[in-house]
Design a protein around this ligand. Sequence first.
Ligand code: 6PG
Length: 234
Amino acid sequence: MSHDVKPEVRHLVDFTREAAGFILTEMRAAVAARGFCRLALSGGNTPRKINAELVAQAAGFGWNHVQITFGDERCVPPEHADSNYRMARETLLEPAGIPDGNVFRIKGEIEPDAAAREYEARLHAVAARLGEPRYVHDVLLLGLGEDGHTASLFPGSPALAEMERNVIPAIGPKPPPQRITMTFPLLNAARHVIFLANGAAKRPLIEQILAGTGDYPAARVQPDAGRVTWLVGD
Ligand code: 6PG
């Protein structure tokens, strides 16, 4: 994990409510410290309820101080049922009234490498203004697949070896196969990575990852200077 900071593990009883509360606390801390929170959303199903709970708990929170990115996206149009953006729009972006200008959508509808390069350029424009070599997320949410993937970094994928680009196309066994994903260099530039891992089926995998056994993609998320928190539920 992080060079000098072991990941924190929080076993949550009311996973949705407690996870949303933890994320919101971290977002508030980022806004208090820097006036702004750069938040990466995770795809998949776990975030659906958490996103909705975030909206409920964040009444009065200044969402206009949040810049939203996506850890990965499926190569489908934004209105497609498999779109991570659509899921976020329905569960968080629209209900919270987050301004479109605060949302950096990955264009799943265009040619994947062009979409990845465009997204990378958009993130770099912000990073350059802030004097960062890479875009630094304040809070970066990630899920965990039962094969140990995270974002769209799947076991055995060439994407795991990317150490220069921040965003690249990737192919995965989880449908739909063609995706665009943040890479380890970008994930590891984050101040705080929060894994959202709910369900007993993932517990043995989490234990292996935390024990440092098993070379799973999720285990390679080791922020250069940031920290990792695992929010674990049954
Ligand atoms: C995706 C996600 C993916 C997801 C895990 C866990 O686009 O599919 O980024 O990495 O987080 O597969 O998915 P669940 O939350 O549905 O278990």
